[in-house]
Design a protein around this ligand. Structure first.
Ligand code: SIN
Length: 270
């Protein structure tokens, strides 16, 4: 018997989860309810969860094996925990709509992000439902894009991270370790079997199966299609809030409207 209550925050995406304490071991019932809610709402929000790094990792492990992120920030002490420590986030990469790490051949299933230190105001994160983005395309456009493949590349996000002093990685070495990856433009979610638009401004570099000129015109249109508020929600963080999102059918955007320190801690699931 669980006390979990799931409260949607919009009709399309996002729900707050109450009645769960992530500092302790979860029952199978609780894990199943969280999984079910994630598939339904795409991103779940938890407040007042004062978990340490071990508890953060333990929570993620209920949902799959951990992904050790290839893009390491220089603040990381443990390979499983990515620390995002920013003061001037404008143009640093997370302020573009994106799925995480689609430059990988097998991008992560999801991420669990916790707020450690927040600016006095600002620093919200927006999330978009990419099933709804696909559904909102016209039928002829759906037919066109369903047959296409896109190429995703690490170069753009890593170049920004190095430029802004967040990563000390060697670009050439990383490009060799993570060669460009191909993914369908419309991804069928392995669990829900629903179709989601799966291209993003951070990592998708061109479309295959159309001419170069057609790709140059069509890709920006598809990436920008995420911008409609119809399929978005916006989360206002508190210290010890957590967001858990499904990276396969959702994009996110960190609003760069602050100039004070903001520290977040993320664990990613394969
Ligand atoms: C991210 O892009 O994963 C970070 C989101 C955030 O800092 O709000």
């Amino acid at each position: 018997m669980s006390n979990i209550v799931v409260k949607p925050i919009t009709a399309c995406i996002g729900a707050e989860v109450e009645g769960i304490d992530l500092t302790r071991e979860l029952s199978q019932d609780e894990v199943n309810l969280v999984k079910e809610a994630l598939l339904k709402h795409l991103v779940l929000f938890f407040h007042d969860q004062n978990i340490d790094q071990d508890q953060h990792i333990a929570f993620a492990r209920y949902f799959g094996e951990l992904s050790i992120p290839p893009l390491k920030t220089k603040y990381m002490e443990r390979p499983e925990i990515t620390v995002l420590d920013q003061v001037k986030p404008l143009g640093e990469g997370a302020d573009q709509w994106h799925n995480d790490n689609t430059f990988m051949a097998n991008p992560p299933m999801g991420s669990i992000l916790k707020a450690e230190l927040l600016p006095s105001v600002g620093g919200d994160t927006c999330f978009a439902n990419m099933y709804a983005a696909f559904d909102a395309l016209s039928e002829p456009m759906k037919t066109l894009v369903e047959g296409l493949t896109a190429v995703h590349d690490i170069t753009r996000p890593l170049t920004k991270a190095i430029r802004d002093g967040h990563s000390t990685a060697d670009l050439a070495e990383m490009q060799k370790a993570w060669p460009p990856a191909e993914h369908p433009v419309v991804l069928t979610h392995p669990e829900t079997k629903r179709k989601a638009l799966y291209v993003n401004r951070n990592s998708t570099v061109y479309l295959k199966g159309v001419s170069e000129r057609e790709s140059e015109l069509l890709l920006p249109f598809l990436c920008d299609h995420v911008r409609s508020p119809d399929y978005q929600c916006r989360f206002r963080w508190r210290k010890n809030s957590i967001a858990f999102w499904d990276n396969r059918c959702l994009q996110h955007f960190a609003v760069p409207d602050y100039n004070e320190r903001r520290v977040m801690q993320r664990v990613t699931i394969k």
